[in-house]
Design a binder for this molecule. Sequence first.
Ligand SMILES: [Cu+2]
Length: 257
Amino acid sequence: MYERFFTAASTYARDIDYLILLILVCVGFGFIVAEIVFFGFIFKFRAQDGVKTQYVTGEEKSQKKWVSMPHYLVLVLDVLIVIGALKVWSDIKIEMPEPDAKIRVIGQQWAWSFVHEGADGKLDTADDIRTVEELHVEVNKTYHFLLEARDVLHSFSVPAFRLKQDAVPGRVITGWFKATETGTFDIQCAEICGVGHGIMAARIIIDSPEDYAAWVKKGGPTAFWAASNVKAPGAAKAAIDAPTPTLTANNAAPLPQ
Ligand SMILES: [Cu+2]
């Protein structure tokens, strides 16, 4: 049932879904039981004619257990959530599988730009393919992304992958993903980064190996801009014309006024 409502296009998307489901069930169970008892007691022990209010100190052993037993139950559920969260965190954030390819992801006010390996299969070489607001990847391939921010904090978010990672100026943050199905999915910025934050959207295009090879052979849009006198407008032009950003370039870049 769960699968019908939420697209999952990466190897770890379901792990995150099931962790959220675990939290929902644990917290939801406690919430529903507590509310039923709460409103049940309000109704049962409401003011009645001729019945004197009883003063309960809560200090007797027979009364204390009604506090301590739910308390222990909550602790057990907490431990369950922590174990699940640590397992998912370790699998996704700590244990990074060996990459088949690398990409650079650069956030700036207010566009995402991407640098793909060219035909030589290496990043930061002359045949790199640069795109703006369009990330191309191959299905069933493990990618390491090198995430940077040119100006302020951004957050690289691919909901279909359940991927969200902050981009911090001056830092290159490495993460990974492996797409499990072909198609086009949304990329968002998930960190308020200025007045244009809401329009800082892009898309990820997951290709079959054949389609991806054909796209690389074409040279992506870089070849198009290079062969054309027309320049991409605004942020797109700046991102395409800018040199491949590095940590040094980030540090040297002046902050926008
Ligand atoms: Cu942003």
